[in-house]
Design a protein around this ligand. Structure first.
Ligand SMILES: Nc1nc2c(ncn2[C@@H]2O[C@H](COP(=O)(O)OP(=O)(O)OP(=O)(O)O)[C@@H](O)[C@H]2O)c(=O)[nH]1
Ligand SMILES: [Mg+2]
Length: 332
């Protein structure tokens, strides 16, 4: 049976052939797969495209090889309520922001491409923490492929732009760059299904303007807000004057779309300082799994206090969906 490939497919294939980086290659292959006609005659081609994508992605997640077998610094385990990558061009102020918001050590300098490997910090928000990751500039030539791997696995993009250097153009080209890499930037009113469909590609976005303390920064912020506020949260910050950390944390936490659940032991009060953080829509089953995988085997029922229950101490099964602030007592 002939494949009957369409012009749209050939256009995607042309993009693949001219792609200069791994992320662009992956994005083009994914597009070829998405637009190709799917029938018996294309089974072989579909399988071939899938295996080429898998091969490229597989290489990304491998630890860097070398005599010392060091682990890949771009492979970062998520901690806290979510992982937020500070995405931007050189000198935007990403490292200064990480250092100022979290106290983590990060090299800040006025020359381009200062940051060569990611550094991490934890940003407190109420009784949870969020993981901030400062990364090399998105156009730094040496790290494109590793960075793509990191961005695929992160929870959220904070697009960092310098308010004193035409922030609207910076944000627009950043967005175009990320779209070229196959990412779908999810705005304030995004369809929940898109978000869940492929968490490697669909990413919630917050726009962060930096250097508000410099003259012209305020005008830059107003322009940025005007251009993007209907689509994404826009936050004004200054690392030098410690401005915007709370607004940033607020915006990010809302976008992470998580719930906090507290567990308790029978006869004891719940520990309210240390919640489990789960994505919205999680069930008692997910709570048990998060506490310990072994709990799933002997699970009998749970007692529940909180807004997802009908009354305090309600007995619920594993499929019960939990809400923010719920207290759960697991019975095994
Ligand atoms: N006045 C002022 N200067 C800032 C602020 N944030 C960063 N800078 C300056 O801007 C320059 C670049 O800051 P970095 O934090 O190194 O920028 P970066 O985005 O990490 O840059 P790369 O690592 O090269 O990608 C440095 O000279 C900083 O001192 C700020 O809020 N106010
Ligand atoms: Mg930096």
């Amino acid at each position: 049976m002939p494949a009957n490939l369409t012009p749209v497919y050939y256009e995607a294939e042309r993009k693949y052939k001219t792609a200069r980086s791994v992320p662009e290659r992956v994005a083009a292959l994914q597009e070829m797969l998405a637009v190709m006609p799917k029938h018996k005659g294309t089974d072989h081609l579909q399988a071939d495209l899938k295996s080429r994508i898998a091969k490229l992605l597989d290489d990304l997640d491998k630890p860097t090889s070398g005599p010392k077998r060091t682990t890949n610094p771009f492979n970062i385990r998520k901690e806290g309520a979510g992982q937020i990558a500070l995405v931007g061009y050189a000198n935007a102020g990403k490292s200064a922001l990480l250092a100022n918001f979290t106290g983590a050590a990060a090299k800040v300098a006025s020359y381009s491409y200062t940051t060569l490997v990611p550094s991490l910090g934890m940003l407190p928000y109420g009784n949870v923490q969020m993981q901030l990751v400062d990364i090399p500039a998105i156009d730094a030539p040496a790290t494109q492929t590793s960075l793509f791997g990191l961005l695929r696995n992160t929870s959220l993009f904070a697009l960092v732009v310098d308010l004193t250097g035409d922030p609207v153009s910076q944000a627009t080209s950043l967005m175009a760059h990320l779209a070229d890499w196959g990412f779908e930037l999810l705005g304030l009113q995004h369809d929940q299904d898109t978000a869940e469909e492929d968490q490697h590609r669909g990413k919630p976005v917050v726009l962060v303007g930096t250097k508000a303390d410099i003259e012209g920064g305020l005008d830059g912020y107003q322009a940025l807000e005007m251009a993007f506020e209907s689509k994404f949260p826009v936050v004004m910050t200054s690392a030098n004057e410690r401005l915007g950390a709370d607004d940033f944390a607020d915006a990010v936490y809302q976008l992470l779309d998580v719930v906090r659940v507290y567990t308790k032991t029978p006869g004891q009060a719940a520990v309210l300082s240390n919640p489990l953080v789960l994505s919205r829509g999680s069930t008692i089953y997910d709570v048990a799994e998060d506490v310990h995988k072994d709990l799933l085997k002997g699970f009998k029922y749970a007692l529940l206090w909180g807004s997802s229950g009908k009354f305090d101490g309600q007995r619920v099964g594993r499929d019960h969906e939990v809400a923010d602030g719920d207290v759960v007592e697991l019975h095994i």
